[in-house]
Design a protein around this ligand. Structure first.
Ligand SMILES: C[S@@+](CC[C@H](N)C(=O)[O-])C[C@H]1O[C@@H](n2cnc3c(N)ncnc32)[C@H](O)[C@@H]1O
Length: 314
């Protein structure tokens, strides 16, 4: 396949997904998702900018990582999308860095505001590998908002608190959002402010989620709606040990089940390819909803898996 094949496919996709997004009032969406396997890129539109991610397929970046090839791809994306070169931000996503997805790039770039679902979010396409808004959870955020009215909401591994913004907008009576990173909690605070979320009722707490859950269970706290969207792996000085979603999810689910009021709902999601759901507490009825939660604009239907777990009433 030649570069022109990539350009043609990108142009066709851009026409299709831009129209799709316009009809739905969506500003941030995926227009290219490794549609041609030799061109292992994802292209996401964020308002007037594009986020271009290059994936490697093994330990060696090979052609995908070669600087001249990347420069050609970057120029092609800018030309096809009719954007200035600096509006297209290129990132390398190497598998070697799996689990370090929040690392800094060394470039600060600019924060800007995007709209989604009637809410506003600050994004930054330069500073970190991730942008501040995970587009593959756009549908999940809507599901959470639809169930939030009058409910006490808990957002675990909250990152920039996009689920909290939706829950507050959907009428949650209160919320607690927990993350270990001061950087992301500050970003979360700015997102809450941008959406005029009342910080007396919606709090942000810095903690290791596993420890926070242990204390919340001991204190007898209760929530009606929980989002549990952990990274596949994470490590930090503030944690007792490395977090591994495959190993640790049974304990997370058990502690969440204890916090859920009868009839309460837990959304659990992660993006570990090899993930297997294990030892679901008997008090929770699990339904996999990935077919609905993964948005239409993601051709990679395995970008994440998501379950809705209902706390039985008896
Ligand atoms: C995959 S993101 C979560 C995405 C988020 N749920 C969303 O949809 O926007 C991972 C987040 O988990 C946080 N994190 C990682 N390990 C943690 C831990 N043990 N306790 C609390 N937060 C943690 C990171 O700081 C980061 O903000």
């Amino acid at each position: 396949m030649a570069l022109e094949d990539f350009a043609n496919r990108l142009a066709r996709n851009a026409r299709h997904w831009r129209k799709w997004a316009r009809r739905r009032g969506i500003e941030c969406f995926r227009i290219y998702d490794r549609d041609i396997p030799e061109f292992a890129f994802a292209v996401d539109i964020y308002g007037t900018h594009a986020h271009l991610q290059a994936y490697d397929r093994g330990s060696d970046m090979g052609q995908v990582g070669a600087p001249e090839f990347l420069a050609q791809i970057h120029a092609t994306v800018a030309r096809v999308l009719e954007m200035e070169g600096d509006a297209v931000v290129l990132k390398l996503r190497s598998r070697r860095h799996a689990g370090e997805q929040h690392q800094k790039t060394g470039v600060h770039g600019e924060d800007f505001v995007v709209n989604e679902g009637g809410h506003r979010f600050l994004v930054n396409l330069h500073a970190y590998l991730d942008t501040g808004l995970f587009l593959d959870h756009r549908n999940t955020r809507t599901l959470v908002a639809e169930e939030a009215r009058g409910r006490a909401f808990l957002n675990l591994f909250c990152y920039t608190a996009s689920f909290t913004v939706y829950a507050a907008g959907g009428g949650a009576s209160s919320s607690v959002s927990v993350d270990l990173s001061n950087t992301y909690l500050e970003w979360a605070a700015r997102n809450l402010a941008l959406n005029a979320v009342d910080r007396h009722r919606h709090s942000l707490e810095r903690a290791d989620v596993l420890r926070w859950l242990e204390q919340a269970v001991e204190a007898g706290r209760s929530f009606d709606l929980i989002v549990l969207d952990p990274p596949a792996f994470s490590a930090s000085k503030a944690m007792q040990q490395v977090f591994d979603v495959q190993r640790d999810h049974p304990l997370l689910l058990e502690r969440c089940a204890r916090l859920l009021a009868p009839g309460g709902v837990l959304y659990f999601s992660n993006n570990l390819r090899s993930f297997r759901l294990e030892r679901v507490p008997a008090v929770l009825a699990a339904e996999e909803i990935s077919a609905r939660s993964v948005p239409e604009d993601f051709r990679n239907r395995r970008i994440h898996r998501c379950w809705r777990l209902l706390r039985r009433t008896a």
